[in-house]
Design a protein around this ligand. Structure first.
Ligand code: MG
Length: 161
């Protein structure tokens, strides 16, 4: 538990990567992207929400997403990853922690992230209940080196509520 007099902010780092394959819906950041390939995974494979959830849990000093939501559990099969993020946000509230800001890098050649950047930001701001100018996201290409994969880095800053 966070000591009430502890004034220090907490930083959290999350990282995730998923292979992209045919026949999977391409949901990233909770937004459906127009793409013939989507992330493989036990859940919906939303690498943006997974990296963000892990960043939040890490900053709060909690177990990681794989420990809290194991990929061998039937309960998590095809699960909407917004539920993982929601559970992490609830745990922050339990510790009187509040999200100050989040920043993400999404590394993916296809689909291009740029056209969806603003809608993903807006969706993340709604899911985490913070203003959109406190959630940022950049799409990066590897110029063909990503081997049909989406990789995400997320950093968050938590402060005492
Ligand atoms: Mg994942």
């Amino acid at each position: 538990m966070t000591h009430p007099s502890n004034p220090f902010p907490r930083i959290g780092l999350g990282w995730d990567t998923h292979q992209l394959a045919a026949g999977r819906a391409c949901v990233l950041g909770g937004v459906l992207l127009d793409s013939p390939l989507g992330p493989l995974g036990h859940s919906d494979g939303d690498a943006i929400l997974h990296a963000l959830t892990d960043a939040l849990l890490g900053a709060a000093g909690l177990d990681d997403i794989g420990t809290l939501f194991p990929d061998h559990s039937a309960a998590n099969k095809d699960r909407n990853s917004a539920e993982f993020l929601g559970a992490a946000m609830e745990k922050l509230g339990d510790q009187n922690l509040q999200l100050a800001s989040a920043d993400l890098v999404v590394i993916c050649d296809e689909p291009r992230i740029g056209p969806y950047r603003q809608s993903i930001r807006e969706n993340l701001s709604q899911l985490m209940n913070i203003p959109v100018d406190r959630v940022n996201l950049k799409g990066k290409s590897t110029e063909g080196g990503d081997d049909n994969r989406v990789t995400v880095q997320a950093v968050v800053l938590l402060v005492n509520a």
